[in-house]
Design a protein around this ligand. Structure first.
Ligand code: ADP
Ligand code: MG
Length: 254
């Protein structure tokens, strides 16, 4: 069964894009066909996967707003099984341009249905807000993956996210389920990181992945080279963490 995960948390800087790119890459390395959908106008997943946004003729914006077929905007990456639907800054206007459109919450879902079966994993990198773009991401997914930064205030705002997930579930997408919590930027030297991790586990139990992503500079350097960490520095701690996470999330190679 193909899986579609919305990587969501309305807080910025918690590791959504880093997780979408690097979990996607590690799943592709395991042998799954993976599509990363960049739903953030910042386009960080796009550039992080080595795509030059300025050279693109069309992007997710054209798919969602102007019914351009999704398969026409899919770009290959340096990894054989990894593909990306890129975003450009055009998408910044989409929150407002979507408002008057018919079935505005379901535009991405309809577009992804046209490539159903082509990918084992679709990872939707949501923007740091709970607006219409994120609603499109949640409506198009079967699961929500929530990255949580192991820092003070980590749990703040999570209630709001979960309420929105429930609203989408009740009104648009009965299948939706918060299946996966990923702890990110864990600094083993601090008591705080450990406390946050414990607290998140108390809340979410077995939905919290055993594998935790450590805070490491290499993970923050890789995007400026347009490479996932497993390509940029294959033996680094970040690469190992995302490889292990991919095995945990998928249950192993196909
Ligand atoms: P979001 O998409 O939630 O806004 P990002 O994935 O872009 O968050 O991460 C925010 C910043 O933190 C980026 O500069 C990224 O490179 C860096 N970063 C993400 N994960 C880690 C990590 N595990 N260790 C160190 N830096 C990280
Ligand atoms: Mg991001």
């Amino acid at each position: 069964m193909p899986r579609r995960l919305a990587v969501a948390n309305q807080k910025g800087g918690v590791g959504k894009t880093t997780t979408a790119v690097n979990l996607g890459a590690a799943l592709a390395e395991l042998g799954y066909r993976v599509l990363v959908v960049d739903l953030d106008p910042q386009g960080n997943a796009t550039t992080g996967l080595g795509i030059n946004a300025r050279a693109l003729e069309s992007s997710i914006y054209d798919v969602i707003l102007h019914d351009v077929p999704l398969e026409d905007v899919v770009e290959p990456t340096t990894l054989r099984n990894l593909f990306v639907v890129p975003a450009t800054i055009d998408l910044a206007g989409a929150e407002i341009e979507l408002v008057p459109l018919f079935s505005r919450e379901l535009r991405l879902r309809r577009a992804l249905e046209t490539v159903d079966g082509d990918y084992d994993y679709t990872l939707i990198d949501c923007p740091p807000s709970l607006g219409l773009l994120t609603v499109n991401g949640l409506a198009a997914a079967s699961e929500v993956l929530v990255p949580i930064q192991c820092e003070y205030y980590a749990l703040e705002g999570l209630g709001q996210l979960l309420r929105n997930v429930n609203l989408v579930q009740a009104n648009l997408n009965a299948d939706l389920d918060v299946s996966t919590i990923v702890l990110t930027m864990y600094d083993a030297r601090t008591r705080l990181a450990e406390q946050v991790a414990d607290e998140v586990r108390q809340h979410f139990g077995s939905r919290v992945c055993r594998n935790i992503v450590p805070r490491t500079v290499r993970l923050s350097e890789a995007p400026s080279f347009g490479q996932p960490i497993i390509v940029f520095d294959p033996s680094s701690r970040g690469a190992i963490a995302y490889r292990e996470l991919a095995k945990e999330v998928s249950g192993g190679a196909p």
